[in-house]
Design a protein around this ligand. Sequence first.
Ligand code: 3UK
Length: 516
Amino acid sequence: MKAADLPLAYNSVAILEHNLPARAGKVALCTPERELTFQQVSDEVNQLGNALKRLDVRMGEYVGILALDCAEWAVAYFAVMKIGAIAVGMNTLLKPAEHAHTLKDCRARVLIIHHSLLGSLDGVRDELAFIANIIVIGGSSTSSDLDYRTLIAAESKQLAPAPTLREDFCSLNYSSGSTGEPKGILHAHKDLALTAQLWAVNVLGLREDDRTLATAKLFFTFGTGGNLVFPWFVGASCVLMAAPPRLVANVLEHIERFKPTVIYHAPTGYAAILANEEFASGKFDISSVRICVSAGESLPAAVWQAWKDRTGLDIIDGIGATEVWHIFISNRPGDIRAGSSGKPVPGYDVRIVDEQGAAVSPGEVGNLLVRGESIALGYLHQSAKSRRTFQGEWLFTGDKYHVDVDGYYWHAGRSDDMLKVGGIWVSPVEVESTLVSHAAVLECAVVGQMDASNLIKPKAIVVLKDGFAPTEDLRAELVVYCREKMADYKRPRWIEFVAQLPKTATGKVQRFRLRE
Ligand code: 3UK
């Protein structure tokens, strides 16, 4: 499929509505709280779309969505796209200042937020100069915020889609880099349908009778695609789970209760399930599952094998990126090389090049470039970073790769210092600046270190100020300090105290020596 196969005038709400009326009565989504058919979702999308228009949301404007996975997230996403606005899937794990930055950067005038996350606006509400309305899901608050249910109740269930073109932007996701503010990545309506066809249908073999479940949340495009857009594209159902994925028993209970056929996790998720004693003793029935998908960071071959031994199931590992919207190199059912990312997804071209941009020989590690029609145009308000990353038709992924003689691609780390922890970006620079703001820390460096499952986690190497002793108590205190200041997953899992850091003649910390 090519972008040009979609009509020029195209709105992604077609992914939901092309199922109607034939699949009107089929379950589109289920959560522990709600179960909605395609018709019910469509009705609610129209009601919310009408309500947003009444709040004067125009085509091309941004609407923030800040909620754990729930029916209303899915409804909001499609309602925003249907009226031609741009849905901003916000990372629920971030802190108030980061949300404020996101909302200011895209100038969202409306934020749709779940009541359980209202605390994530604590102290920053006054900074949200552009926000005119806050719509609260799951119970109105006492302030001037609007209640989601009340707001949509009187609205019509009829709404014509805005006359968007397939190239109009429909979604914005923020992704953090090693330095500076996170980058807003804009995608167009065409990108959703393209990735659905190219990867989910053609490679994964997703079918109408499937039911998906993801621990990757909907605010990541890994989750938005895998657990919302792709199943609806083929008329399948999805299971949305608000619970944090680190609660393994919770994930397993959802699988047992909702019987998905396809599950999506980051590698850490599979390793965590394998380490769960109740799971090992056979307490949970996951026999509904036919395919498992892993992305976000590389899946160690040992985890792949242990999962296969324990469950009999294959994990399909594929590398995706927010800039591409979804997976562009992937293993596939019946064609898997454990430990590799598989082969390029037809519809994408990839190259592995040296520092001068010349192709390297098979087996040699180089920089991975990818070309394809679902790749974003650039980063919002960040032209310098955009020019470095979006190199004409080619996207510079920042990943090091080599290809073997059989054509399988193997991840070989990053060309920057960024770490993928549980599939989510962690900038060592951010963790370092947090640690250095603690009274006891003189300087420090953060690097990735493998845990027992061969998965990367942050490790801090810390030089203390005079007068502070390297005790266990201080170690624990620094971790608590990091948890208070940053999202939980960014905290160092190990802290090593040293007398000094290895540095270059120009005073730069030699991270490669610390990694060794
Ligand atoms: C790394 C992988 C090895 C790699 C994503 C699937 O992760 C996603 O998007 P992000 O923008 O990060 C992209 C970066 O993550 N990575 C992702 N998958 C793998 N490394 N093996 C993998 N299988 O460094 C890449 O550049 O957060 C994944 C679908 C949609 C996504 N957005």
